[in-house]
Ligand binder design. Structure first.
Ligand SMILES: Cc1cc2nc3c(=O)[nH]c(=O)nc-3n(C[C@H](O)[C@H](O)[C@H](O)COP(=O)(O)OP(=O)(O)OC[C@H]3O[C@@H](n4cnc5c(N)ncnc54)[C@H](O)[C@@H]3O)c2cc1C
Length: 458
């Protein structure tokens, strides 16, 4: 479908991440005319598949899917894509408080009897309290105001005071889950997140499988399916700065080029912290704005380092490590043995990210190779053949990752605005999902749900 500028689509969708694409797919399959307007020169948002020198794909953004993520698994199946289980079948490493602890699948890290008691107590506690937080309306939980008045840090301190190893390990796990520190997010929000994402065990097993050939393919297939309906127009490189509601339609405009697109409804599928910088006419309510001003994105740089041999596997390691020192707080094997692609991926997250962002890329790379050398006990770590990094906080149209978390006091005061529409403008993003929020699966759910609401109205 071409846009002649005067066309009034059934819906304009701002943003082509999984949320926007899912909304557009569901609308177009229901016979509705849709225009997707994307700021970047590519679709996908926080999904960004990169390619190595020989064309092998890897992920700068979202990578894994896991059982229970029915939305994304459904699309993978529908498009006949394949997944490959993450390699874990060797020794893992917990490197914290100056000591490297090696353990294997099915065992817990050797953190001593007290450390283990500490960890199992706090994990059980978090899980059991989380299950009592209602997913649809966490602000109505028993003691919601109290849980929301404290940070997750305060909550953890109340419950893990016996050992330093217990506290350090739990902090590391929080850093790798949320890309922030426990003192940055509300305890109520963290508990809600755990419940919405099926409990801590399921969260810790989220790195289950990758999509063979790259995550981006799911979005490409969605676009292809939409195109087949003949109902979709995609406009790239057009950041929307203004969303104006007229009597019968919503007009979204790029104020630099003055290009605008009209739809009877609008799906605003941009990350929540970016929404206050868009001019809304009539204006978004102070409640809508207040919520999104208190949802900072996490801090994360993702790295991928390629080698000529999988030396960590040869030395009996799975590539999974958690570290409280060195740039990378978390690493994973990213090998494709059939195609001789041997790589480790890593995350610089939370406070580590703030610290290591001060250094130059070359310095970070050298430190990362040193970290691999120490973790996997081989000088081959120094012989990386390719190294890439991606700083999500420097991305103007994302501003961090993996997702936006809520600061104390936000959920109970303004949480009900998360999924509220603004007239004919609906909001979708992984952050508005009620299942697998923060993940691709949640983004797909959020887009599908707003599409269903709009289809009902049209
Ligand atoms: C490093 C990293 C690793 C991750 N790993 C995983 C993982 O392994 N598994 C998993 O399930 N999830 C993972 N995630 C999370 C996952 O990527 C997100 O939950 C999901 O992709 C979010 O989709 P979305 O549509 O809500 O938002 P986005 O993907 O952010 O989409 C928003 C879109 O809006 C566009 N946009 C922004 N502003 C404007 C504007 N003004 N006008 C027009 N367009 C605009 C953006 O360019 C973007 O395309 C990861 C994320 C990161 C950053």
């Amino acid at each position: 479908m071409e846009n002649d500028g005067d066309t009034i689509f059934d819906a304009v969708v701002v943003g082509s991440g999984f949320a926007g694409m899912s909304a557009a797919l569901n609308l177009s399959l229901n016979g509705k005319k849709v225009c997707i307007i994307e700021a970047r020169d590519r679709i996908g948002g926080r999904v960004n598949t990169g390619y190595a020198n020989d064309g092998h794909s890897f992920e700068f953004g979202a990578t894994w899917v896991c059982p229970g993520q029915d939305e994304i698994l459904g699309l993978i199946e529908k498009y006949n894509l394949k997944t490959k289980e993450q390699f874990f079948d060797a020794n893992h490493i917990l490197n914290c408080l100056g000591k490297k602890r090696v353990y294997s699948d099915g065992t817990t890290p050797p953190v001593g009897v007290l450390g283990r008691m500490d960890l199992s107590y706090i994990l059980n506690k978090l899980n059991s309290v989380a299950m009592r937080i209602p997913i649809e309306d966490p602000w109505n939980a028993d003691h919601a105001k109290w849980f929301d008045s404290i940070t997750l840090e305060t909550y953890l301190k109340k419950h893990t005071t016996w050992t330093q190893i217990g506290k350090t390990s739990i902090d590391l796990n929080i850093r790798t889950l949320f890309c922030c520190e426990p003192d940055e997010i509300s305890a109520l929000y963290a508990l809600w997140f755990i419940h919405a994402n099926q409990g801590l065990l399921s969260l810790f097993q989220a790195q289950h499988a990758t999509i063979v050939g790259g995550t981006r393919q799911v979005l490409d297939c969605m676009l292809e399916e939409m195109k087949q309906t003949g109902n979709v127009t995609l406009v790239l490189e057009t950041p929307i700065n203004k969303i104006e509601q007229h009597e019968d339609y919503v007009e979204v405009t790029n104020l630099t080029t003055q290009k605008s697109y009209k739809g009877r409804y609008c799906v605003c599928a941009v990350p929540p912290p970016l929404i206050p910088s868009i001019e809304f006419v009539p204006p978004l309510s102070p409640e809508h704005i207040a919520l999104r001003q208190r949802m900072p994105m996490g801090n994360v740089i993702k790295t991928i380092t390629r080698f000529s041999r999988p030396f960590w596997r040869e030395n009996g390691f799975s590539g999974l490590s958690l570290s409280d020192s060195g740039p990378l707080c978390e690493t994973y094997d990213y090998c494709d043995m059939d195609n001789e692609f041997y790589a480790l991926i890593g995350f610089i997250a939370g406070n580590d990210c703030i610290t290591w962002r001060q250094y130059g890329e070359e310095e970070r790379k050298n430190e990362i190779l040193e970290q691999f050398r120490n973790l996997y006990e081989s000088d081959e770590a120094y012989n990386a053949t390719e190294h890439y990094e991606f700083d999500w906080n420097s991305e103007v149209f994302t501003r961090g990752g993996y997702f936006a978390g809520l600061t104390p006091g936000t959920l109970t005061k303004w949480g009900d605005q998360l999924r509220n529409s603004h007239g004919s403008v609906y909001f979708a993003s992984t952050e508005t999902a009620t299942k697998w929020s923060g993940y691709m699966d949640g983004a797909i759910q959020s887009g599908r749900v707003v599409a269903e609401k709009i289809v009902e109205k049209l």
